[in-house]
Design a protein around this ligand. Structure first.
Ligand SMILES: *[C@@H]1O[C@H](CO)[C@@H](O)[C@H](O)[C@H]1NC(C)=O
Ligand SMILES: *[C@@H]1O[C@H](CO)[C@@H](O)[C@H](O)[C@H]1NC(C)=O
Ligand SMILES: CC(=O)N[C@H]1CO[C@H](CO)[C@@H](O)[C@@H]1O
Length: 428
């Protein structure tokens, strides 16, 4: 009895006193029944896995809590690492984690997509490792895989990955950890991707949430001018939670983060679940909220120094970005709706977009690739024997309307994966 009690207590060492989070309709809810809004930062100090250095995580979590952070996004982790210390440090600070399951060698390729057993094993390894932590908020199957029209035929592979990871999650009896995707913000592609990943009527094959990496709001601007009014229009009653999985344009600077007031304000709050600011650590791309000491020569070497920036130490706020964000978030305390009052049937259903020449290349609700399939081989085509000619006529009338600023911002700054790639090259 006593032994089993001790065992139970020890076993409890990796589960923390923080409510779990689940996606219902287009919102996140805690297991306490409260709606959850993300106030996040991207956190990737080192290319392979920043969640194995407990001391560093503890220092960062303490300052993040002061900033008002409740979520971090980590792009790459090593499923074999020991994450107990970091996950506990963040949980103790009330901070959830969103983890990308892919690695530099396993991500779904944009131009020659395939989805195979090695990828599945690698992604499910991350799920196996992180599912035990109550402060795991969600998992990404990909980040910015599709950036130009002719990469859209990778979309069914994104859905296939979702399908297989969700089926695996359920087969293992894990809680319903949300599995989703993080998209590049390209005006023409945006509605197609949003619709495609949530269309077809079978939730087992759809994403559980949609993250948008958008740098459209460059201070000073307004809700209308920035393009956010258009983002909102396309996100209305979205079928699953949608949020900014990266945001924080730094041109011309300083960053005022006034978009936070819009995202959490009356115009958007009913349809959006918050935002993740890119990024925690100051690097050459100048998006950092903190640094671990002064910039050194790009060629400098030393413990934890790479690419001219220290990758560990005591976090020091970058001014004025850190305090500007802190002040923005301090004014924002969204409550949303209680789960018990929320009617999830109010969300929209999306039609699978028809293919268009030179545009979206996936024909409607085409069958998804099976595990092991490769595009353009005998194993998969996203354009099964053309059955109609209607597709050509279906070019979206919203294409021109959607051609707002932002895409060029994205192209020039290389968000997300490109940002991480940049870190990666520092290590070579
Ligand atoms: C895809 O589109 C880009 C940009 O329009 C173009 O440079 C590239 O050659 C295209 N790739 C293929 C395989 O058609
Ligand atoms: C929904 O998708 C799952 C996974 O592909 C499949 O097993 C199931 O049969 C589908 N359900 C329907 C009603 O088509
Ligand atoms: C809201 C806020 O804190 N704004 C400040 C952001 O930074 C600029 C530049 O230092 C200040 O002038 C603002 O007051």
């Amino acid at each position: 009895m006593r032994a089993s009690l001790i065992a139970a207590l020890c076993g409890a060492a990796t589960t923390f006193a923080i409510p779990t989070i689940e996606a219902v309709g287009n919102k996140f809810f805690t297991s306490d029944g409260d709606q959850f809004f993300i106030k996040g930062v991207a956190y990737q100090l080192v290319p392979d896995d920043p969640l194995v250095d407990t001391e560093q995580c503890t220092r960062d979590a303490t300052l993040m809590k002061k900033l008002g952070v409740n979520t971090i996004r980590v792009y790459h982790v090593d499923a074999n690492g020991d994450h107990d210390g970091c996950m506990k440090a963040f949980s103790d600070a009330g901070i959830y984690t969103m983890v990308d399951m892919d690695t530099f060698s396993t991500y779904i390729l944009p131009n020659d997509p395939y989805w195979n057993q090695d990828q599945f094993d690698s992604y499910s390894g991350v799920l196996d490792t992180f599912q035990q932590y109550d402060n795991l908020l969600g998992l990404f199957v990909g980040n910015e895989i599709i950036a130009i029209n002719n990469q859209s035929h990778a979309a069914p592979f994104i859905k296939a990955a979702c399908r297989d990871l969700k089926a695996y999650r359920d087969s293992k009896g894990y809680r319903k950890i949300p599995v989703g995707y993080s998209a590049t913000d390209i005006a023409e592609l945006r509605p197609w991707i949003q619709d495609y990943l949530t269309c077809g009527g079978n939730s087992s094959e759809n994403i559980d949430f949609y993250g948008l990496n958008s740098y459209q709001w460059c201070d000073p601007t307004t809700y209308e001018q920035s393009g956010y009014a258009n983002l909102q229009e396309q996100a209305k009653n979205f079928p699953v939670p949608i949020f900014f999985s990266e945001t924080g344009c730094n041109k011309p600077g300083p960053r005022l983060f006034e978009d936070q007031a819009a995202i959490f304000g009356e115009d958007m709050i009913h349809d959006w679940s918050g935002a993740i600011i890119y990024e925690w650590l100051q690097e050459a791309n100048d998006y950092g909220l903190i640094s671990y000491g002064p910039t050194v020569a790009a060629t400098a070497t030393g413990a934890n120094i790479e690419g001219g920036f220290s990758r560990a130490g005591t976090p020091t706020p970058v001014s004025p970005d850190f305090s500007n964000l802190s002040e923005q978030w301090a004014r924002i305390t969204p409550t949303g709706v209680a789960r018990s009052d929320y009617d999830a049937s109010s969300v929209s259903t999306r039609e699978c977009p028809a293919s268009t020449p030179g545009g979206w290349l996936v024909q409607g609700n085409v069958a998804l690739p099976t595990l092991g399939a490769t595009l353009g081989s005998s194993t998969y085509s996203s354009m099964p024997s053309a059955t109609g000619t209607g597709a050509a006529a279906a070019a979206s009338p919203s294409e021109t309307k959607n051609a707002v600023a932002g895409s060029k911002e994205i192209a020039s700054m290389g968000a997300g994966l490109a940002g991480v790639m940049m870190i990666f090259t520092f290590w070579l």
